[in-house]
Design a binder for this molecule. Structure first.
Ligand code: ZN
Length: 438
């Protein structure tokens, strides 16, 4: 080979593989900075987070757009990297700037310190979902810096309010900006890798292809008010307690579900036994609030005429929410109790997994975890993907990190954290995904 060609050839090789130790250092520092931004929702002021992302993208010559919705502090960020084949609809990388509030007193480590301790990076949002957001961001930055044109356009959307139902984020963007975000695929949060959550002792990467429907109900019991010194059967609290007992007695058997069946097949056996797997095998109800009493603070000697509870019900894809609700009414069967629907997310169904992008996800994971089982999964919680699935976008949820059940459980808790080494591998997996052919 002539020296000039050799030089060109090695330049190409150099261009294809980033300097990973430098990238990891840069991305870690960026994540630390990002975790220090208090993008707590509510109130949901994400301007500082959006600015941080904007500056980093502009440094490499990308041109992000900031799109506030409803009010100036609820900013969406949208950026596009042009791909080779414009006949294909884009891949959308979707993440959210906002994080849930913290109980500062309960945290042993500053939730907004961006601190690294014992191999973990700690802070509110580390898991949900600033860590993955930074993987999205750096996958785009690396393509741009290395001069790699992806197979198709890649669009990144960062939203301000996933944690409060996405009214000013994904829902406004779908309504107002659809031509700019219309895509064939979306990669969002949802699935992850684990050695214990899905199957004991087996490394499994679950890529979520569907999520449960969210149905929120309020039960209201009416009775007769009176003096606590003289008990009555028509006590609203007693009526509510009896109704709750019947409402919660939903049949506990696992229901047949195509994705969970597929998971068992791919894992070659039963699922691990835990609250995550239990929740994806059946419809569930959590009793989340109880409200009653007269006066503030409520009087101990007054029997109230009203007592209320809310139920967070999660239904498997394909379950009819109206039927679920009327079955509950029939179980309660008490004219003094009303069941009111607070909200219901539509049943968006399940995305197909026999796709080139799913294959690319699998190949990228296997490159770094050759022994892993990669399988479609169902997730028990809701994500912004539900809105895109309804628009026909194939939505996959993946945080490409190996997390044990204890670490997964720190999401929204006062010990939220991710393993630093997994964050680093996740950066590589994401880069591998965005530069694949699909
Ligand atoms: Zn999230």
């Amino acid at each position: 080979m002539k020296p000039a060609i050799l030089a060109l050839f090695s330049l190409r090789l150099l261009a294809a593989e980033p300097d990973w130790s430098a990238v990891q250092r840069r991305a870690t520092e960026f994540l630390q900075q990002y975790l220090r931004v208090k993008s707590i929702n509510p109130p949901g002021d994400v301007r500082e987070a959006a600015d941080l992302f904007r500056r980093e993208l502009e440094k490499v010559g990308l041109a992000p757009k900031l799109l506030p919705k409803g009010s100036p502090e609820r900013v969406n960020l949208l950026v596009r990297l042009k791909g080779r084949d414009s006949s294909k609809k884009p891949l959308l990388l979707l993440n959210h700037f906002d994080v849930v509030p913290v109980d500062e007193k309960a945290w042993r480590i500053d939730p907004f310190g961006g601190l690294i301790q014992n191999g973990f990076i700690w802070g509110r949002g580390a898991m949900d979902m600033k860590g993955t957001g930074v993987m999205h961001l750096f996958s785009l930055i690396l393509l741009k810096e290395l001069g790699i044109t992806p197979a198709r356009d890649i669009v990144m959307l960062c939203t301000p309010d996933e944690e409060t139902a996405g009214v000013y984020g994904i829902r406004s963007m779908i309504r107002d900006q659809w031509p700019e975000i219309e895509s064939e695929y979306v990669l969002d949060e949802g699935g992850f890798g684990s050695r214990d959550v899905f199957s004991p002792g087996k490394l499994v990467f679950g890529v979520s292809v569907g999520e449960k429907q969210v149905l929120w109900l309020r039960l209201r019991a009416k009775g007769t008010a009176g003096h606590g010194s003289q008990p009555i059967a028509d006590n609203a609290n007693l009526i509510l307690l009896a109704a709750l007992g019947k409402a919660l007695a939903v049949k506990d058997q696992a229901k047949q579900n195509e994705i969970v069946t597929l998971m068992r097949q791919n894992l070659g056996g039963p699922l691990a036994q835990n609250k995550f797997t239990a929740a994806i095998e059946r419809n569930t109800i959590s009793l989340t609030t109880l409200t009653s009493g007269v006066g503030s603070p409520a009087k101990v000697n007054v029997i109230p005429s009203l007592s209320e509870a809310t139920l967070d019900c999660r239904l498997l894809p394909g379950v009819n929410a109206d039927e679920f609700e009327s079955e509950m009414r029939a179980r309660i069967n008490d004219p003094r109790v009303t069941v009111e629907r607070i909200s219901h997310s539509a049943d968006a169904g399940v995305s197909p997994h026999a796709t080139p992008l799913f294959d690319a996800l699998k190949a990228a994971i296997l490159k770094y975890h050759p022994k892993a089982v990669v399988t479609p999964i169902l997730i028990p919680y809701g994500t912004d993907s539900v809105w895109l699935r309804q628009k026909g976008v194939k939505a996959y949820g993946l945080t490409p990190m190996v997390l044990d059940a204890a670490t997964v459980a720190t999401m929204h808790s006062d010990e939220e954290r991710i393993p630093l080494a997994e964050f680093h591998t996740g950066l590589r997996i994401f880069y591998e995904i965005v530069r694949s052919e699909f």
